[in-house]
Write a protein that binds this ligand. Structure first.
Ligand SMILES: CC(=O)[C@@H](O)[C@H](O)COP(=O)(O)O
Ligand SMILES: NCC(=O)COP(=O)(O)O
Length: 250
C-alpha cells in the first residue's frame, strides 16, 4: 500500500490570518487538495489560534463528511483538556498527540516516553474509546526501548519527527545517519505492532529516500514544504489571471 498524503493546512491558515479577510480559505484549499486525491487533511490548532482557528474545525469536518467521505481528518496537538474536548467534538479519524509547549514556534521533538508514558495511557484510552485512532509524535533516534514504551501507552501509531532529516536540505552525507535512525525507529515500531507515520519539513526532494527506507510508511502529513511548492508552481498562472483582470491580453 503506498504511503498516504495528508495535507497540513496550518501554513494556509497563517497566511489568511495576516488580514481580517477570509482568504486564502482553508476550506477551499482543503477542497483542492482532496480533489487532487490527497488522502486527508491535517491541522495543528495551537492554543493561541495563530493559524488554525478552533472555528475552522467544524468547517473542515463538514467538507470531508459532505464531499470526501473516504478522506481522513487528522488533528494534532498537545493533550490538554481543551484539546481533548476539541477532538471529541470534531471526531477526527486520527488524533496525533504532540508534546509541544504553547510557546513553541513549531514542533521540534517527540515525546519522552520514559517521562510521559504513564500520563499518556489514560489519554490514549479516552480518545480510542471516542472512536479516534491515536498517533504519538516520536523522535526518530533509533531508541528501541522508547518505542516499546510508546506501544505500552495503547497508541495505534507513532509519527516520526522528521525535522532533523528535512533540515539537511538534501545533503546526502548529513542525511544518511539520520535516515538510518529513522528507519531503525520505524522498524522497531513495526515489530511492536505499531503503524508508522512521519512528518515535519518533508519535501518532494527528501520524501523518496524516506519512503524507500520505510516502505510500509502509512502516512505523511506535509504543510510547509507543500504550501511553498503550491506558491512556486502556481504563481505563473496566478500572475496571468491578474494580468487578465488588468485588461491585458494574455
Ligand atoms: C507535529 C508537526 O510536526 C506539525 O504539526 C508541525 O508542528 C506543524 O505545525 P506548525 O505549522 O505550527 O509549524
Ligand atoms: N505532522 C507534520 C505536519 O503535519 C506538517 O509539518 P510541516 O510539513 O509543516 O513541517
Amino acid at each position: 500500500m503506498p504511503t498516504k498524503l495528508s495535507v497540513n493546512l496550518n501554513a494556509i491558515a497563517m497566511l489568511r490570518n495576516r488580514r481580517d479577510l477570509p482568504w486564502p480559505s482553508v476550506e477551499n484549499i482543503g477542497r483542492i487538495a482532496l480533489e487532487a486525491s490527497a488522502s486527508g487533511l491535517t491541522v495543528h490548532p495551537r492554543p493561541d489560534q495563530r493559524h488554525i482557528r478552533f472555528s475552522d474545525l467544524p468547517v473542515l469536518r463538514a467538507l470531508i463528511d459532505d464531499e470526501f467521505p473516504q478522506a481522513e481528518f487528522n488533528i494534532e496537538g498537545y493533550p490538554s483538556e481543551d484539546f481533548l474536548q476539541l477532538c471529541e467534538k470534531t471526531q477526527p479519524e486520527q488524533v496525533t498527540l504532540v508534546p509541544d509547549d504553547p510557546s513553541q514556534a513549531t514542533s521540534d521533538h517527540g515525546f519522552d516516553f520514559r517521562a510521559s508514558g504513564e500520563m499518556l495511557k489514560p489519554i490514549v484510552a479516552r480518545l480510542k474509546r471516542g472512536g479516534m485512532r491515536v498517533s504519538l509524535f516520536a523522535d526518530g533516534d533509533g531508541d528501541v526501548e522508547a518505542v516499546k514504551l510508546a506501544k505500552e501507552t495503547g497508541a495505534d501509531r507513532i509519527e516520526l519527527y522528521t525535522g532533523p532529516y528535512g533540515g539537511c536540505f538534501n545533503d546526502e552525507e548529513r542525511a544518511q545517519p539520520i535516515l538510518r535512525d529513522l528507519g531503525a525507529t520505524a522498524d522497531a515500531a513495526r515489530d511492536e505492532g505499531l503503524e508508522v507515520n512521519a512528518g515535519h519539513d518533508l519535501t518532494v526532494a527528501n520524501l523518496p529516500a524516506l519512503v524507500r527506507r520505510i516502505p510500509y510508511l502509512a502516512e505523511v502529513s506535509i504543510g510547509h514544504g507543500l504550501t511553498a511548492d503550491a506558491l512556486e508552481y502556481g504563481m505563473a498562472e496566478t500572475v496571468r489571471r491578474f494580468r487578465r483582470a488588468c485588461g491585458q491580453d494574455v
